[in-house]
Design a protein around this ligand. Structure first.
Ligand SMILES: [Zn+2]
Length: 361
């Protein structure tokens, strides 16, 4: 092979690797260097991370430089107005007075979505909920917990003992479940505590129909669905039936099969697609199919999910002294101070009602 040809080939390979890096995902750049965060570019976040770090020296808190402009992020999340509920990216409850006033979309007003339970969320609500300076604190930080893991836990007695302890808060997580969680975590690279916490979030502390193995009204005996996968529908009956039908269609006839395969689905759907924290599952700012493929529309989803995780972790580790990892996204051109909580009593200045809806700005 001639020298020119070699050079050409090298150049060709290089270009492909270079393009590949950008095309595969939009992921930002992660950094452990908290002290090195530039306060001029990212005001107000460093001190909050440092405070958490000094309270929890074992925590590994990373930042992710998303390279995204803050206002473009908010604009991309504030889309789909006036169409069907599937197109709305962020909603607030229409029945809670805590999320009225400026929480409600300045474009949609009180247009109700999804059988009336939801309003579209406002720009102000998005700014408040997405601004990490409002959630890098003891109460809310678990929405940034890193859910993936690269370890093999097969022979890790420490993890097994901790899981066994954690399982005591329920009446259904037996040794078959614990072994399945360890197998699933090692196989699909998911944090084992998160797998258990996710099961407890989905099922609560006592046996439910979806994990009893007894079926429902004579249908689907002997199947299990620990993560409520496919359990959707109109009303409780329908939800249970769909969840059991899904488990039956997948052949989940043991607790192990449901937990291991359910973990595979959760990992493939979100965690392996760079949506590696509850915040990223709700606000997909760095994963594939950015600003789409979001786990839920409820604007509080990441925060309430994080609160549940924290509660479960605290049950097994009261000082939260474990070596947990967190990823905090940073955006460019943030306002100098944290975005404020929207007023529940004020209304948007340009909102004018016409048949119960506001006019477009
Ligand atoms: Zn709207």
């Amino acid at each position: 092979m001639g020298n020119k040809m070699k050079k050409f080939l090298l150049f060709f390979i290089f270009i492909n690797i270079f393009l590949g890096l950008f095309l595969v995902s939009y992921a930002g750049t992660e950094s452990n260097d908290i002290n090195g965060i530039d306060e001029n570019l990212y005001p107000g976040v460093k001190s909050k991370i440092q405070a958490l770090k000094s309270a929890h020296p074992n925590w590994n808190i990373k930042v992710e430089y998303t390279d995204l402009d803050w206002n473009e992020v908010i604009n991309a999340e504030h889309q789909g107005h006036g169409t069907t509920s599937q197109n709305i990216k962020n909603c607030v409850s229409s029945t809670s007075s805590s999320y009225s006033g400026l929480w409600i979309c300045e474009i949609c007003g009180k247009t109700k979505y999804d059988t009336g339970a939801w309003y579209c969320a406002s720009t102000d609500a998005l700014k408040y909920m997405m601004d990490v300076r409002n959630s890098v604190n003891e109460t809310d930080v678990f929405q940034f917990l890193q859910l993936s893991s690269t370890q093999d836990y097969t022979n890790d007695t420490n993890v097994k003992n901790t899981l066994t302890n954690m399982a005591k808060t329920t009446n259904y997580l037996d040794s078959e479940c614990i072994n399945a969680i360890i197998e699933a975590a090692s196989t699909y690279h998911v944090d084992p505590y998160y797998i258990m916490a996710k099961i407890i979030v989905e099922q609560g502390n006592t046996t439910t129909t979806l994990i009893s193995g007894n079926g429902y009204n004579g249908q689907y005996p002997g199947v299990y669905n620990f993560f409520n996968i496919g359990a959707t529908g109109n009303g409780k009956d329908d939800v249970i039936r769909q969840g059991l039908a899904y488990a039956a269609s997948q052949g989940w006839t043991t607790k192990r099969a449901s937990i291991v395969n359910g973990t595979r689905i959760i990992a493939q759907n979100y965690i392996a697609k760079e949506q590696d924290t509850l915040y990223y599952q709700k606000f997909n700012v760095v994963g594939n199919n950015r600003f789409n493929h979001q786990y839920e529309q409820n604007i509080l989803g990441a925060q309430t999910g994080g609160t549940s995780l924290r509660k479960i972790y605290k049950n097994m580790d009261s000082n939260l002294s474990g070596n947990y990892s967190f990823i905090i996204p940073l955006y460019k051109n943030m306002p100098t101070s944290a975005c404020v909580r929207p007023s529940t009593t004020a209304s948007h200045p340009t909102r004018k009602y016409n048949d119960g809806r506001c006019k477009f700005r």
